[in-house]
Write a protein that binds this ligand. Sequence first.
Ligand SMILES: [Zn+2]
Length: 238
Amino acid sequence: MSDTVPQGLVRQSGVVLRRDAGPEGNVSLYLLLKGIGPVWVSAPGAGRGRIRFGGGMEPLSWGNFNLYKGTRRFYLKSVDVKEDFWSLRSSPEKLRALLEWDRLLCLHLVPGLPCDELAALFYWSSILVRDGADPQTVEWRFLRKWLDLWGLAPSLTCCLSCGKPLGDAVWNAEGLNCPECARRSGGSRLADGQRKLLVSAAECPFDEVKRLFPFPGNDREFWKDGCKRMKEFFGFLK
Ligand SMILES: [Zn+2]
C-alpha cells in the first residue's frame, strides 16, 4: 500500500470504488484518491451508524475524504460528498454502466499507484451519462480513452497488418484489418460508416457527445459489441 504517504492527517479528493462490510460493523472502503491511487481505508464501526458518513461510503460517491494514515493503514475520519450520482439510481441502464466501469477499475488498477487522468476520465464519463448521453456509447469512449492512456488501444484508422488507412474493415482479436489482409485472418466485418462512428464517439469533444449520441436512440448491440472487444485488450496485461 501507499507507504509514500507519511503518517498523519490526509485530505484528498476521490471516489469510493468498493465497500466491504465486515463483522461487527467494520467497513472497508476501496477508494481511488487523487495523487495516491487506489487504497483500502478502514472505517471501524461505520456499519453500525450509517449517519456518521452519510452517503459518502457508497460506491460511485465522489468527494473530499479526510483520512488518518496510521503506521500500516488509512482510517476514514469524515467525507464531504460532492457528487453521489444518486439520480442515476432510477435508471438501471445508466447505473449498470457506471458500476461496470467501477468493477473494471477495481479489477485492473494497481493499489497505491496514482492514476489521476484515469480518475478524471471516470468522473467525466459518469457526468456524460448523468446528463443524457448514451451509456453504452460513453462506455466505448471511456474504454478507448483508458486503453489509450495505457498504450493498449488498437488503431481504428490503420490496418494492423499492413498499416494502410482503413475504409471498410474487419475485426479480429488484435484489432482492425483491411479487407485484403483479413482474407487470411478472418473476423467480423465493420463497414466504413460504423468504423467512423466508433472513431467519432471516442474522439469527439466532450460537449458534443450528448448531442451526437443521445440516450435513448443508439444501437445498443453495436456499442455493446465494441465495448466487449475493448475489454478483451485488458487481457493483454496479464
Ligand atoms: Zn491490411
